[in-house]
Design a protein around this ligand. Structure first.
Ligand code: F6R
Length: 240
């Protein structure tokens, strides 16, 4: 795994953008795997600025997102569809028809997982952006998720519900379930770009880079990926 340690969040976001820009420049029809959460917002800001200043086009780009809360759809401003539009898609020239995310409101959740897995098979990703949970989760693959997992419904752990409650009016409003790409789907991306900032991620980052490869730390599977880059700030790298 390539590890890049940045001074701060701004530098982490710029360096992550350099990795992303290379992929988009080399292939204007690339498939980008994207993540939500606080961590990649700076990367998305860099992509928007570059689009505005340099005219980098996303017209032929396709995207697939990692996960979505079960029960929320795009009309909810806590949904990940809303997040992606607000933080990226509304500010670049991407065709929304080329963007994909699980349908949080699907009546038949098993059928929705099957639809998404079939879609992922049709759209091999050139790069997958990831954040990391303080418990080592990637996407919503919580500790104990099998490495062979594909898109499925998860019961969120108390630690993730607590971490994510900052985005909601109260912890009671955080959905208890989500759709998530599985670890096997994530590993199929040609390139992985994982980002982490802040001291509360230091233990998870240690597990990602130097810990035992174990299903108890889902991110540790990335040690087995042939082209994975971690870009993190000094605080997140403090235990390495
Ligand atoms: C988001 C996702 C999550 C987050 C992780 C870190 O699509 O899949 O795994 O990447 O929970 O979240 P932040 O960036 O908010 O610390």
């Amino acid at each position: 795994m390539k590890v890049i340690v940045a001074e701060n969040y701004e530098e982490m976001s710029r360096k992550a953008f350099e990795v992303m820009a290379e992929v988009v420049k080399n292939n204007p029809r690339a498939v980008l795997g994207l993540a939500t959460g606080s961590t990649p917002i700076g990367l998305y800001k860099n992509m928007i600025e570059d689009h505005e200043k340099n005219g980098t086009s996303y017209r032929e780009i396709k995207t697939v997102n990692l996960d979505e809360y079960a029960g929320l759809d795009y009309s909810s401003d806590q949904s990940y569809v809303y997040f992606m539009r607000h933080n990226l898609f509304d500010h670049i020239d991407i065709d929304l028809k080329n963007t994909n995310i699980e349908n949080g409101k699907a009546a038949d959740r098993a059928a929705e997982c099957a639809r998404y897995n079939a879609l992922l098979d049709e759209l091999p990703r050139d790069i997958q952006v990831l954040g990391i949970g303080s418990n080592g989760h990637i996407a919503f693959n919580e500790p104990g998720t099998p490495f062979g997992s594909v898109t499925h419904i998860v019961d969120l752990t108390e630690s993730t519900i607590k971490d994510n409650s900052r985005m909601f009016a109260s912890i009671d409003e955080v959905p208890r379930q989500a759709f998530t790409m599985g670890l096997k789907n994530i590993m199929q991306s040609k390139k992985i770009l994982i980002l982490a900032n802040g001291a509360n991620k230091a233990k998870a980052v240690y597990g990602l880079v130097k810990g035992e490869v174990t299903e108890n730390v889902p991110a540790s599977i990335l040690q087995l990926h042939p082209d994975c880059t971690l870009v993190c700030d000094k605080a997140a790298a403090s235990l390495l």
